[in-house]
Design a protein around this ligand. Structure first.
Ligand code: GNR
Ligand code: NI
Length: 167
């Protein structure tokens, strides 16, 4: 097991589009375990591979209150969605900022589990929000992209300032 380094906005690597996993092997399972460890340590309720500089379509999530229900999703795809709702989102790649984002309320997701087996999942509430947030990461998209340009620029400036002070 290993803790992975989480990239921070506006790192251009967060803008890359991730590629599908072709075989779920032991190396992928090791990555899933390391991502879960990194997510729990952060702490966060989700993590996408590009946030740890791996451009593969892999996400891990745990929205349970006890943090004892890890969910691994490989090559996730939203097959249907219904309704819209607002939710206050944060991101481990944009630490310290929280803003309202509009998302589908209910979704049906298809993907592969850690054994490479296909499965489908219906989600609503926080889990649905989190899955949509993580799939966005796989497409190089961040929650700040849904904000006004003024808000996004303000966040970018503050993040760049933080980075200068931590170097
Ligand atoms: O830890 C996280 N919390 C969160 C809260 C509201 C909406 C989405 C999230 S995901 C975030 C972890 C993260 O950045 N995943 O990419
Ligand atoms: Ni995020």
């Amino acid at each position: 097991m290993a803790l992975l380094h989480i990239l921070h906005y506006p790192d251009p690597r967060l803008r890359l589009v991730s590629t599908p996993v072709t075989a779920v092997d032991d190396a992928i399972r090791q990555l899933l375990d390391d991502m879960l460890e990194t997510m729990y340590a952060a702490p966060g309720i989700g993590l996408a591979a590009p946030q740890v500089d791996v451009t593969k379509r892999i996400i891990v999530i745990d929205t349970s209150s006890k943090g004892d229900a890890p969910l691994c999703l490989i090559n996730p795809e939203i097959v249907s969605h219904e309704g819209v709702g607002m939710f206050e989102e944060g991101c481990l790649s944009v630490p310290g900022f929280h803003e309202n984002v509009e998302r589908a309320q209910q979704i049906k997701v298809r993907g592969l589990d850690r054994d490479g087996q296909p499965f489908e999942l219906e989600a609503e509430g926080l889990l649905a929000v989190c899955i949509q947030h993580e799939i966005d990461h796989l497409d190089g998209k961040l929650f700040v992209d849904y904000l006004s340009e003024i808000k996004r620029n303000r966040i970018q400036k503050k993040m760049e300032k933080q980075r200068r002070f931590s170097m």
